[in-house]
Design a protein around this ligand. Structure first.
Ligand code: LLP
Length: 416
């Protein structure tokens, strides 16, 4: 289930590149991404939309490293951004501003101004208050902001509560019942131009059911909004498609879109531009994190395998009790021991994997799989740990896309 890595003669490879050789040269922890895996993930969405007027906006929060963004920009992707910082990253890799959409519940006037100046394609507005502020910012800049309103369809995506976003109790979007009124309000504001509708129900979704339910609710609203005389040029269906971490079986992107498009066509909206904002499914299984075993430590209840990657590099287990497969980079013939794989950070929450059978010794390399999404982009400097280096593999060659952060990098922005 992890096609981004392959074992040959007992050693792990990403595409044609040996992880052992990379780690020996560049040190650990080291994130390694397969360019081909990203392009294949994108291709699955493109196949799903073949023959349609569609725009795939990569949700760059999943992995916003410039080397990764460049792969998607070159492939013609748009970007879903959530901050002025992410806008700067997208522009730095030459993204087409017209293909940038701006999501998020708390855009500041400064960020709105920056995005208007850049000429982004659409603001995904998340509240009525935001409509008014954006209207004012646009008028002051002598511009009209293209907007869609994010609808909260109140659908349970059946995923971890921290990554569910389309339920009534979530902070995201405008409630389904308020949506038509919000659109009527937006249509009256001279600084805004209504162009679309959007929704996003959550992340790591492995079941097509919630998508289909949310799509039905969005399409109900498209009908109601257009009946009120407001034409919607695009329908943005958000991101959220899951990946295989631990035998998970999410629908394939092309198969899912076939089902969703049938619903769109049945309502007669097949002529609209269709947009999506996938993040995790574009990069998650493209990446691994290579880490070195510092010590093995027998304990009274548990054995610990202490590695040089920690919760600051791989925050998902600590934050969401997430599972990432952990495998040796080079296999040993010895018997496996059951370990809790933990980092050096001074917290009991700093675990990367629990109860894993591993045949390892200090100095061995391990690969944490499915580490392309929401790992490096969520990395921190906790415990004054420098952030890891990143490499992009294409065929037999590997390029450093981020050098290892030094302690000098960290101290530079501070003064006593
Ligand atoms: N669009 C919006 C408005 C979003 O909020 C998100 C993710 C996406 C698109 C992309 O969703 P994806 O395709 O990646 O599921 N850090 C968590 C995931 C947080 C997702 C936040 N929003 C994790 O590591 O599981």
């Amino acid at each position: 289930g992890h096609p981004h890595v392959a074992r040959r003669d007992g050693n792990l490879y990403v595409e044609g590149v040996s992880l052992d050789a990379l780690a020996r040269e560049h040190g650990t922890p080291l994130f390694v991404y397969s360019r081909q895996w990203m392009l294949d993930a994108l291709a699955a969405y493109q196949r799903g939309f073949a023959g349609r007027n569609a725009l795939i906006c990569y949700a760059m929060k999943a992995n916003s490293s410039l080397g990764v963004l460049r792969v998607f920009a070159e492939a013609g992707c748009g970007f879903d951004i959530v901050s002025g910082g992410e806008l700067s990253r997208a522009l730095a890799v030459g993204a087409d501003p017209a293909r940038i959409i701006f999501s998020g519940v708390g855009k500041t006037p400064a960020e709105m101004k920056q995005a208007l100046a850049a000429g982004i394609g659409c603001f995904n507005v998340e509240s009525e208050a935001e409509l008014d502020v954006l209207n004012e910012v646009a008028l002051a800049a002598g511009q009209r902001a293209r907007i869609s309103i994010r609808i909260n369809p109140n659908v349970d995506p059946k995923t971890h509560p921290y990554i569910s976003t389309g339920l009534k109790g979530n902070k995201f979007g405008v409630a389904h019942d308020r949506a038509v009124a919000a659109y009527k309000h937006a249509a009256r504001l001279p600084g805004l131009e209504v162009v679309g509708i959007d929704c996003h129900i959550g992340s790591q979704i492995t079941d097509a059911g919630p998508y289909l339910d949310a799509m039905d609710k969005v399409l109900d609203l498209v009908e109601a909004i257009e009946a009120a005389g407001i034409r919607l040029h695009h329908i943005d269906f958000g991101g959220g498609l899951g990946i295989d971490y631990n035998g998970d079986k999410p629908p394939a992107a092309d198969a899912l879109w076939k089902q969703l498009l049938a619903r769109v066509d049945a309502r007669g909206f097949g002529d609209r531009q269709l947009m999506i904002e996938p993040g995790r499914s574009m990069v998650g299984n493209a990446g691994v994190c290579v880490t070195e075993v510092i010590h093995t430590k027998p304990g009274e209840d548990k054995n610990f395998c202490i590695i040089d990657a920690a919760m600051n590099d791989l925050p998902r287990p600590a934050m969401y009790q997430a599972f990432h497969a952990i495998v040796p980079v080079s296999e040993r013939a010895t018997d496996a021991t059951i370990y809790d794989v933990v980092g050096p950070v001074c917290e009991s929450g700093d675990w990367i994997g629990r109860d894993r059978a591993l045949a390892v010794e200090a100095g061995d390399l391990l690969a944490v799989l499915s580490a392309g999404a929401y790992c490096m982009s969520m990395a921190s400097n906790y415990n004054t740990r420098g952030r890891a280096a990143e490499m992009l593999v294409s065929g037999d060659s590997a390029r450093l896309i981020r050098r290892r952060e030094t302690v000098q990098d960290q101290l530079l922005s501070e003064q006593v």
